[in-house]
Design a protein around this ligand. Structure first.
Ligand SMILES: Nc1ncnc2c1ncn2[C@@H]1O[C@H](COP(=O)(O)OP(=O)(O)OP(=O)(O)O)[C@@H](O)[C@H]1O
Length: 220
């Protein structure tokens, strides 16, 4: 297990088309805590998370995960593999059942069959998706699909948990369950970074950044 030094975003800017989506954004997300990014719709939260998760290269600035610049360093793959990212639109493969989706994500990480089945049993109990494991994403409710996506992120080997609007489609009981899980994740020394509008989740976080029109307005 690696020692987690957290994530640092340093002066990141990004334009999409002619639009400056992010301007000179810097944030720090230490391990052992839940960091929230909040801001109005269109302020750049999802773009920032995509950049941090390794999916979108910034125009300028750096993203350091455990000190490794994920867009410049040859060790980038190693650390990005330990990022579990739940995008705003669930990334489940529609032709596979939830169980097959979980198996696929874990097999990609090189885990063995016995570990994979144990993890599936553990995570489906944790987040209450046992009854939908053999259904495809299109055959379950929005909340169940959301929990299935979160389950994939939790079941993978990871040290960095990044979630975009994770409480969307969740009822209050499941929001509370998610917060307990995030608290436990942080307690294990992981980085937990969440973009959200959810005031309840924000109140239960440790650190808050506010973003507006691509610029940070409030820092912890
Ligand atoms: N491919 C693109 N080309 C041009 N503009 C884009 C593109 N993708 C996003 N944008 C714009 O960038 C801005 C930030 O988008 P982003 O999805 O990061 O916002 P957000 O804060 O996550 O919003 P929400 O809370 O509604 O999900 C928006 O104004 C959006 O219209």
């Amino acid at each position: 297990m690696l020692i987690n030094f957290g994530i640092s975003v340093i002066n990141v800017s990004k334009s999409l088309g002619n639009y400056a989506v992010l301007r000179n954004v810097s944030i720090n997300t230490p391990p052992n805590s839940i960091t929230c990014i909040a801001g109005p719709s269109g302020s750049g939260k999802s773009t920032l998370l995509r950049i941090i998760a390794g999916y979108l290269r910034p125009d300028s600035g750096r993203v350091l995960i455990n000190g490794v610049d994920i867009y410049a360093d040859s060790r980038a793959r190693e650390v990005v593999n330990l990022v579990s990212y739940v995008p705003q639109d669930d990334l489940l493969v529609s032709g596979l059942t939830i169980r097959e989706n979980l198996r696929l994500a874990l097999r990609v990480q090189g885990l063995g069959n016995r570990v994979i089945e144990e993890r599936i049993r553990w995570v489906s109990g944790l987040i209450g998706i046992g009854h939908v494991l053999d259904k495809r994403p299109g055959q379950v409710s929005g909340g169940e699909r959301r929990r299935a996506s979160i389950a994939v992120a939790l079941a993978r080997d990871h040290e960095f948990l990044i979630m975009d609007e994770p409480t969307n489609s969740l009822d209050r009981a499941n929001v509370e369950l998610l917060i307990r899980i995030l608290r436990e994740e942080a307690g294990l020394g992981r980085v937990v970074l969440v973009a959200t509008h959810d005031q309840y989740l924000i109140r239960n976080s440790d650190r808050l950044y506010m973003i507006r029109a691509g610029e940070l307005t409030t820092e912890p």
